[in-house]
Design a protein around this ligand. Sequence first.
Ligand SMILES: Nc1ncnc2c1ncn2[C@@H]1O[C@H](COP(=O)(O)OP(=O)(O)OP(=O)(O)O)[C@@H](O)[C@H]1O
Ligand SMILES: [Mg+2]
Length: 269
Amino acid sequence: MGLIEEALRKSTQQRKGSVRGNGALSAARAGRSAVVESTIRQYLAAPVDREAMHRNRILNTVGDVSVTRAYKILRTRVMHRLGANGWHSVGITGTTVGEGKTLTAVNLALALAQDVNNWVFLVDLDLQRPRVGTYLGMRYEHGLTDYLTGQAEFSQIVYDVSIPRLAVIPNARSVEFSSELLLSPHMSDFLHFLQTEPPRRIVVFDMPPLLASDDVLAFAPRVDSFLLVVSQGQTARRTLSNAKEMLREINVMGVVLNRSTERNDSPYY
Ligand SMILES: Nc1ncnc2c1ncn2[C@@H]1O[C@H](COP(=O)(O)OP(=O)(O)OP(=O)(O)O)[C@@H](O)[C@H]1O
Ligand SMILES: [Mg+2]
């Protein structure tokens, strides 16, 4: 997969050349003390539905240890890269539909939140095909697009899902002009609000595919780094080739191979 290697090589060079984000964050991480929960704001309650989670293959309800282990490996590698570069946000994208981006985003967020050193925000940034709330079986009224269109306050869209160290910002309605909304002043306010939240926060953005809209490219300058989800037997070489130019414009920290046929003792992914 020459294209992916090329994207990774480029992002490694970028990492060496410039460090984005908050340098103090990595210094704090080096101390490795747990997030003090009492310093964290209270959010609206929207408990998850464990049956829905199980149906949707979400961690904490999946008994398969190889799945859990695979996400822990992914989590640790993501944490290393975030920490080493002073980054605190990661966008999950891919080239085309149905590759497993949302499943990866939700499970990565859960795995990150299992580490007591992290505080995680999981944000549904697929404004046209929002699924995060559904995958978790959440019941809620307002979502991110309501905030972006001025119909809800920040306090009405951030949810406490009764999973320690995790807050979820889902979407309730899909919108047509998604890239315009992603660049709107409301979105800047939203990101600013997240930045004023607890230290050692990690923001996981579930995003649409690169080739479906200009959303990822439009939002890329506001995300520290990206994970590219590639689905074995599904993502075509030609599709990757079509995404070549776009991959050059985003900072890819790594590639997740989803639906890998290598199971037995090795990780699910
Ligand atoms: N590794 C996997 N094993 C089994 N099923 C999977 C796997 N990854 C994803 N799926 C299933 O494939 C479907 C699509 O997954 P998901 O919604 O995460 O993809 P997506 O890339 O976010 O799609 P979209 O482009 O529509 O946002 C879901 O039903 C999900 O449960
Ligand atoms: Mg999705």
